[in-house]
Design a protein. Sequence first.
Lengths: 53, 684
Amino acid sequence: MGKNPDDIYKSADPQVIKIVTEILNLEKEYLFVAKPRGIAEEIINILKKEIKE
Amino acid sequence: MKLLNIQIRNFRPFYGDQEIDFSDTALKKVTVIYAENQSGKTNFVDAFRWAFYGKIQGEHPGQIVNNLALSEVECNETVTGSVRVKFEHENNIFELHREVTDRKIDVDRSEHIADSLKLDMIDSDGRSKERMSPNVVIKRIMPEGLHQYFFLAGENIQKLGEESSREKLQSAIKVLMGLEILDRSKQHLRGKVRSQLRDELGKVAGRDEKLILGELEELEANKANIDKRRNVVMGNRTALSEERDKIDEKLRKDKNTRDIQVKRDRLVAEKKEIENRLKRSKVDIMKRLTEEGFLAFIKNVLSKSKKILEQKRQKGVLPASITYQYITDILESEKCICGRELCKGSEVYTAVEKLRNPETKDEYVEAFNTLGLSVAQLLQVHKDLKNNLIKDQSQLNQHLNDIGQIREKLEEVESQFDQKDYEKERDLIENKRKLDGDMNKANQDIGRFERDIEEIDRRIQEKKKEHEETTAQNTKNRIAKSRLQECEKVADFIEELHQALIHRDRKVLCNRMNEIFQGIVRGREDAFIELNDNFELNVRVKLPDGGTKLLPKGAAQMQITCLSFIASVVAIAKENMDNEGFSRGGLYPLVLDSPFGVMGPDYRKHVADKLPQFAEQIIILVAPQQWDKDIEEGMGDYIGKRYVFHRYTPKPSDKITQDINGKKHILSEYIDKRARTEIKEVLS
């Protein structure tokens, strides 16, 4: 029996949750675009924003 | 999404301008449209489909413009058919307008000559409009793949339960429950994002710092070693020099060799002196070239400047005849004669403007003279440079020549020592020559060591730079690695969440479907809907032994099952809007054509009782025979608007009416000409 969604959130690293939340909101914007262009770059930017040089 | 209004003009059976305002409040969420069969129910659902996606599901999909409207115009005249849908989505109001214009060719034929699609977002003040890209917005609000669950014709409702619909069901559940978002982000993270982050890591893969430091250490050790060897040779050279000086002294004291030795001493001193002069000359030339060498490249500019100034002087333009008008013209052209922009108020502008003042004339003349003088001076310096360089070179050649001559004299002196007169001093002379040879070799060795040290110093500097760069590169490398690791962690998290949500959502969906299903098929507590791992909808019954068996898919039962499914999906999509830390789901209306079509009276009543709870907004199209007292009782309180489709049919038939709230309304009546459908509101 796997974990339920709440347990998954509770046990996750807060930074991961922050990134996931941003990515999922971004994905929602692009959801109905058949071949979204540039979304990968935007996801990379989210990751770069969290892990800065 | 909430539907607010639809305006139909000459679209399919609908003639002229027809309009419906949809009921959209929480208490009055139902709009009912009564229509006889063949009077436009399917075409009405098609009006939405056409406005949103440009598609028609009914017969003759290419025939958009109303036939009656076309028949009323002359050949070559045009008629426009259109649908305008006003809807609300996430607190914004949108107006979608699609139209097509046909030109009448003859009595039976017409052709499309134009079409258009517009989408405006209307601000809360109801006035300002913002033109949007229709296809992008529609895809986001109600993508084509989803509309079939919200704009449902009766016969299509039960089709959802068929095996061929499995993929569509799966996809709809994923989209409406927000799982599609997780699916896509997983694909992006494990696809292009990961690949790009790996590329970036590859680019900043730094060298091992230890290796570079090791190489640096090796170079420094090498330098120390060469330095040590150089010092040894330098020490030897000093010893050799002292030894040689002693021999020279002996030869100087020996009366037999004194004269030759003194002569040689004098020549050596002379050679040294000239060599010093040669060195100084070279330094002087370098200094001259550094300080004045640029003049070699501006001779043309100087000559040209001199010529221009001379011409201006001869023409009298500069400096004496400078006029007020001349300066005014320059200022107005906003460009100085030197090419600089003249912006009013700028320092340059003010300086030029000052020239119009007669008092500044002397200043200007002085500036002109100074410029002329400077050009002349620079030309003179250029000339001097050339002469000096020729002189320096000749001096240099003279020194080289003198050194050459002294060398010849020294060789001559040296050869005198080989004569028989000096047999007694032979050992001393030979010893000195050997010392000279050893000293030359020592000098060459020292020179080579110094060159090697210079080269090692250069490589040490390079290595140090490489070390600095590698340190920076390795920091980038560590960051790139962290980003890649974070990407994997995020993808793993989404994967785990995805699995957990699928499991939970299917369970929640099944429970919700069964609640609705049980509310409709009362008395069959043993029956339940199953949504299996393959997203197939089945109805099963519980057996006394604890097992279950599949029920044959009866039409009415499947229609109820599918209605339960749609209602559950719509309800959960609404509940999920702000769950799980990200926005999922949304609000959707239901447009149902003949939802009670194949149901028996019991089911109809139960569906009618439950239907208002299915969605935030419901639009039902019904034929008179499908609407009865029980349905009216079940839904009546929720109905905010009622309309009838009044069909003027060319087929001779009896008038068909619908009793609504005690009043009869015509749904269909015979007309010999001008067959059409009109929409009429039922006023309470």
